[in-house]
Design a protein around this ligand. Structure first.
Ligand SMILES: [Zn+2]
Length: 137
């Protein structure tokens, strides 16, 4: 079973072939485009059409290309949430930064948080310290 990514709202499949496909627009801008994200957690390569350039440091609103729901988290400012189903059928919430260039991903199931990416300390305040790190406190 392959790892799948779903919209948090309609649960439509967002991973097509080798990319997660989302619609993106700059905050306060009507210019929209498709963005292809790498489904490998910790890989921050993105692909867009040359007419739609992602600007580093700018915050984007991500929407589901199927149901058009906004994927930016209402709970965690600057983070975007999608659902991941792993190869064992387990479901996780995946959060990544809506600010282009910030490399951080949080994979969450219940109280377990896995952090990935060089900027993952940026949003530590949102999540409890994971169980396995508590012994270092
Ligand atoms: Zn959707």
């Amino acid at each position: 079973m392959a790892v799948e990514y779903l919209c948090k709202s309609c649960r439509g499949h967002l991973k097509v072939k080798t990319s997660i496909v989302l619609s993106a627009s700059k905050v306060n801008s009507s210019k929209r485009g498709l963005i292809f994200l790498n489904p490998e957690i910790g890989n921050y390569t993105t692909t867009t059409h040359p007419s739609f350039k992602i600007e580093e440091g700018v915050e984007y609103i991500y929407t589901c290309p199927i149901c058009h729901s906004q994927l930016n988290s209402a709970k965690y400012n600057h983070l975007v949430r999608i659902i991941m189903i792993d190869d064992e059928g387990k479901e996780f919430n995946i959060y990544f930064s809506g600010i282009a260039g910030e490399k951080c991903t949080y994979k969450i199931r219940g109280t377990r948080v896995e952090k990935k990416g060089p900027d993952s300390d940026l949003y530590d305040k949102y999540f409890d310290v994971p169980e396995e790190d508590r012994k270092y406190l």
